[in-house]
Design a protein around this ligand. Structure first.
Ligand SMILES: Cc1cc2nc3c(=O)[nH]c(=O)nc-3n(C[C@H](O)[C@H](O)[C@H](O)COP(=O)(O)OP(=O)(O)OC[C@H]3O[C@@H](n4cnc5c(N)ncnc54)[C@H](O)[C@@H]3O)c2cc1C
Length: 368
């Protein structure tokens, strides 16, 4: 089969969907991305991109664009109270390129914008909410709420933790609630009252296993705040400022002051959910990627990293199918077999909350 003859539909225009479109593009393969929303947007929060993910941006000719919106970070700290540093640790390298050992701190929206800029406009389709997928064995039919229908030789389900495709084709796998809510907000650097690092260190303040992340975003002169505390499940929790203040009373006075100064309407609260590892990601023509395949808690900061690294492996496997050396079904199996062990490991490790009892900020180090 020639490179251009495979019809590839990616459902979901988040980090996973746009990453795989880029990874296929550099291999000369077109993929159309269908996103339900009327614009591409990410919840405001900072993340740490790890060296193997940065390496993917290099392969996709997006490294320069990425570097403009990131800052390099050497270290992570776990701190108790206002200033007792319990752990100060370098980010694990986990890549062959030892000269590029830094994590890159970046806002999720800047990751997404960088990826979208790499995809030709005529491949991006907004206002396309998948309502039904019919797996015909050798191809699939996809129906959208706007009345459009498409057929594809490969459907890549990049439709997030509640993936409707996974539900329709691979069985129900309900998200698991961790018992924790995350309250997230971006604040100006000065509003962190000296608690955020000027050296781009990700700081996690702990109170037992409740945590308060301060992740500096140098290029924006902002700090991404993430407060993870126990709370009652709701997809869109609505808390009062008093309830949030009550839940953080174990943290030091300066951290409490930071929150006191934040307007309630600027805080985005979400339940922290993940999936149990799923044994089967693919049919002969449909496969899962990113959170749809292996949503994990944010404790190891690996969800977006895994989505990006999935994209590279999947695109490489599909390129072999496009070249005719293996079948489409074999390519999806190859991808799944390669990615499942590492994503399962991170799903498990991500259930460990950073705590004042932790011996390392990176329990993954013991496994590589
Ligand atoms: C605040 C926060 C902090 C995080 N911190 C980190 C970190 O430090 N490091 C890290 O690596 N990861 C982190 N993560 C996790 C990471 O952001 C996610 O794992 C990653 O964004 C998942 O991307 P995705 O594209 O698979 O899913 P999503 O981002 O959920 O995208 C799914 C897309 O599919 C679309 N969609 C859904 N249903 C349909 C449908 N029926 N039809 C069409 N489109 C549909 C949605 O609108 C959405 O755009 C964090 C997450 C959050 C929320």
């Amino acid at each position: 089969m020639s490179t251009n003859s495979l019809r590839i539909a990616v459902i979901g225009g988040g980090i996973a969907g746009t990453a795989v479109a880029n990874a296929l593009k550099v291999r000369g393969i077109r993929a159309d991305v269908y996103e339900q929303a009327s614009e591409f947007a990410e919840v405001g929060a900072g993340i740490g991109l790890r060296p193997p993910s940065v390496n993917c941006f290099k392969k996709w000719d997006l490294y320069e664009a990425l570097e403009k919106v990131t800052s390099r970070s050497d270290l992570m700290e776990i701190i108790q109270g206002d200033d007792q540093v319990l752990i100060r640790e370098t980010w694990p390298v986990l890549t062959e390129d030892k000269t590029d050992a830094y994590a890159r701190l970046i806002h999720r929206a800047d990751v997404l914008d960088t990826l979208i800029a790499g995809v030709p406009e005529d491949q991006l389709h907004l206002n396309h909410r998948l309502t039904e997928i019919i797996d015909h064995g050798m191809y699939s039919e996809v129906k959208f709420a706007n009345g459009n229908k498409i057929e594809a030789d490969i459907v890549i389900a990049a439709d997030g933790i509640r993936s409707p495709i996974r539900g329709q084709v691979l069985g129900q796998h309900e998200p698991v609630y961790s018992g924790y809510l995350a309250h997230r907000v971006l604040i100006p650097f000065e509003a962190a009252l000296g608690m955020a690092s000027e050296e781009n260190i990700l700081r996690i303040y702990v109170d037992g296993d409740n945590s308060f992340y301060l992740l500096p975003l140098e290029n924006r002169n902002q700090v991404s705040v993430d407060i993870t505390v126990p709370g009652e499940f709701a997809w869109r929790p609505e808390l009062t400022k008093e309830e949030i203040m009550e839940s953080i009373k174990g943290f030091g006075p300066t951290l409490q002051k930071i929150v006191e100064n934040i307007k309630l309407e600027d805080i985005v609260s979400r339940p922290l959910c993940d999936l149990e590892p799923i044994s089967k990601w693919s049919t002969k023509t449909i496969t899962l990627i990113g959170d749809a395949a292996h949503a994990m808690l944010h404790n190891q900061g690996q969800g977006a990293n895994m989505a990006i690294q999935d994209a590279e492996v999947l695109a490489e496997a599909i390129s072999e199918a496009a070249a005719g050396t293996i079948t489409v079904a074999q390519s999806l199996q190859k991808y799944e077999e390669q990615r499942k062990p590492i994503t399962k490991l991170y799903q498990e490790l991500s259930r460990l909350f950073p705590t004042d009892q932790a011996e390392t900020a990176f329990p993954e180090k013991a496994h590589f």
